[in-house]
Design a protein around this ligand. Structure first.
Ligand SMILES: Nc1ncnc2c1ncn2[C@@H]1O[C@H](COP(=O)(O)OP(=O)(O)OP(=O)(O)O)[C@@H](O)[C@H]1O
Ligand SMILES: [Mg+2]
Length: 441
C-alpha cells in the first residue's frame, strides 16, 4: 500500500533525471500495483520479494521499460517492493483482486493436463488437455486472463496453444486476423507474444459484421488445422488451448461465440463479468456433460477503452508489425509492377443484376466469393495479406505468411510501392485485400 516517497535520483544511481521520478512501492500479500503508462515510457524493477505481471514472474532487480499507454498490474502472492522510474498516468495499489479464483482455475487445468499426458491412448479424448475459451463483454479482462493462464501453464513446462479470435485487436499478429501460436515460455510483460511463425488467417476487417460467413469459415479452417497439428503432437494435445474471444456477446456476436465453442470443441468456458451471458451459456450447454461453464469475477483493474482508443490501438499494432515496439525493426520499401501480384477480395463482388434473377429473388452477394481486385489507387494505404495459396480458389483455406502496406500506387508506370517486414521477394503473388487500412504517422 505505502509509497516510499521520492528518492533523490542521484542516490538511486539514476542521475540523469533532473526532477526525481523514482518511487518505491511496497506491495502486501495478494495485492497489485495497477499502472497506466502515460505518453513517456516507464521503467520499473523488482527490488525485493516476488511479483508477476499477468502470470509472468519479474526477474529480480532488472529494469524493465514499458512503452507508452501500456496498462498493466504487478501482482504479488506474498510481498514485493517495486521501484518505479517515470510518471505514469495512473498508479495505485489494490488489495482486492480475483487472482485467487483465476489461479484456482489454473490448478484445475493443470490437473487435466496431467491426466491427458498420462493417458495411455494417444488418440482418444482422454489424451486431449483442456480446451479453454474465455468469453465476456468488452473490457472484462478476457485477453488478460487468457494471457495469465498461458503464462502459468508455460511456467510449468507446458506448451499450450493460444488461439486469438479477436480480430479487433490482434494479440498474436495484426488486427483483422484470427491466429494461433504455441506458447512455450511465460509471455514477456513488455514484448508480448513472440511473432515466430504463428498460424494466421486473414479476415481483413476489424469487425466480423463485415462478413460473418467468412469469419465462421476462417474459424473453422483454423480449428481444423490445429486439430491436425494436435493429432501429430501429443505434447501440444495434452497442454490444450486457451481461446480468446471478442467482447461482442449479443445477437450475432453470441451466435459466433457458440460457433467457436462448437468448432474448437471447447470443454471449459470461462465467463468473465456477466451473469446473463453465464446463465445463457450454462443453459445452452447443460446437455453436454463434458463442458464446464465457469463464472469468474472481473478484475477492478480492467481499464475500459472507447472506440477511438481501440482504433488507435489497432493502428499502433500495425505500426508495431512493421517497425517493432521500439522502432527496432526496419521494414523495406519495395517497388513492384502491377503484374507481379494477383490481388483478391473475399465476398461481395459484382452482384447479378436484378433482371438476371428469378422474380422475387434478391441480388445477394456471395460472402465467400473470391473477387479479383484491380490494382489501382484504391489499394493505397491498405494492409494486404500475403497468402500461401497456390491458386485463387485456395485463398480462403490458406493461411497467410505476413502483410504488406501499400504506400504508393503509380498508375502511369503501373507500379506499386509497398512496405514489407523483410527484403526480397514475397513468398507468394496472391494478396488479399479487406478494409484494413493504416495511415503511417
Ligand atoms: N488488474 C489490472 N490492472 C491494470 N490494468 C489491467 C488489469 N487487468 C486488465 N488491465 C488492462 O485493462 C485493459 C482491458 O483488459 P483486457 O484487454 O484484458 O480486456 P478484454 O475483455 O480482453 O477487452 P476487449 O473486449 O476489448 O477484448 C487492458 O489494457 C489490460 O492491460
Ligand atoms: Mg481482449
Amino acid at each position: 500500500m505505502a509509497y516510499g516517497g521520492g528518492v533523490p535520483a542521484a542516490m538511486s544511481g539514476l542521475a540523469s533525471a533532473s526532477a526525481s521520478t523514482i518511487k518505491l512501492v511496497k506491495l502486501e500479500r495478494e495485492s497489485e500495483l495497477r499502472i497506466e503508462v502515460g505518453e513517456m515510457p516507464l521503467r520499473l524493477r523488482l527490488l525485493n520479494g516476488n511479483a508477476e505481471i499477468y502470470g509472468t514472474e519479474l526477474p529480480p532487480e532488472i529494469w524493465l521499460t514499458f512503452p507508452p499507454r501500456l496498462k498493466f498490474a504487478v501482482f504479488t502472492w506474498y510481498e514485493a517492493t517495486i521501484e518505479m522510474d517515470g510518471t505514469p498516468e495512473t498508479d495505485y495499489t489494490a488489495d482486492e483482486t480475483p487472482m485467487v479464483s483465476y489461479v484456482n482455475v489454473n490448478a484445475v487445468l493443470e490437473g487435466r493436463r496431467n491426466h491427458a499426458k498420462a493417458s495411455p491412448s494417444k488418440d482418444s479424448d482422454a489424451s486431449q488437455g483442456p480446451r479453454v475459451i474465455v468469453v465476456g463483454p468488452t473490457d472484462s479482462g478476457k485477453s488478460t486472463l487468457s494471457r495469465m493462464l498461458l503464462s502459468w501453464a508455460a511456467k510449468l513446462g507446458w506448451k499450450p496453444t493460444f488461439v486469438d479470435l479477436d480480430i479487433g485487436q490482434g494479440a498474436i499478429t495484426i488486427p483483422g486476423c484470427i491466429a494461433a501460436t504455441p506458447i512455450e515460455l511465460p509471455i514477456d510483460p513488455v514484448e508480448g507474444i513472440p511473432l515466430e511463425m504463428p498460424l494466421v488467417y486473414f479476415f481483413g476487417h476489424a469487425t466480423p459484421s463485415n462478413n460473418v460467413e467468412l469469419y465462421k469459415v476462417l474459424v473453422k479452417e483454423l480449428a481444423q488445422m490445429l486439430e491436425r497439428q494436435f493429432n501429430g503432437n501429443a505434447e501440444s494435445r495434452a497442454a490444450g488451448m486457451v481461446i480468446n474471444t471478442m467482447g461482442w456477446i449479443e445477437g450475432v456476436g453470441y451466435e459466433l461465440l457458440l460457433h467457436a465453442i462448437d468448432t474448437f470443441k471447447a470443454n471449459v468456458v470461462l465467463v468473465l463479468g456477466q451473469e446473463k451471458l453465464f446463465s445463457m451459456l450454462r443453459d445452452v450447454l447443460k446437455n453436454r456433460p463434458n463442458v464446464d461453464v465457469v463464472k469468474l469475477q472481473k478484475s477492478g483493474g480492467v481499464v475500459s477503452r472507447n472506440s477511438k482508443v481501440r482504433q488507435k490501438a489497432r493502428s499502433y499494432r500495425i505500426r508495431e508489425y512493421f517497425y517493432g515496439l521500439t522502432n527496432d525493426l526496419s521494414p523495406h520499401a519495395n517497388v513492384a509492377n502491377f503484374s507481379d501480384f494477383l490481388v483478391y477480395r473475399i465476398g461481395g463482388g459484382p452482384q447479378a443484376p436484378r433482371s438476371a434473377l428469378p422474380i422475387g429473388a434478391d441480388p445477394v452477394a456471395n460472402p465467400l466469393r473470391i473477387v479479383p481486385v484491380n490494382v489501382d489507387q484504391e489499394l493505397l494505404h491498405l494492409v494486404l495479406a500475403v497468402s500461401y495459396a497456390k491458386d485463387a480458389d485456395q485463398i480462403i483455406s490458406s493461411n497467410v505468411a505476413g502483410f504488406i502496406f501499400v504506400t504508393n500506387v503509380d498508375t502511369q508506370r503501373k507500379t506499386i510501392t509497398y512496405l514489407a517486414p523483410s527484403p526480397g521477394m514475397l513468398p507468394s503473388k496472391y494478396l488479399i485485400a479487406g478494409t484494413l487500412t493504416w495511415l503511417e504517422t
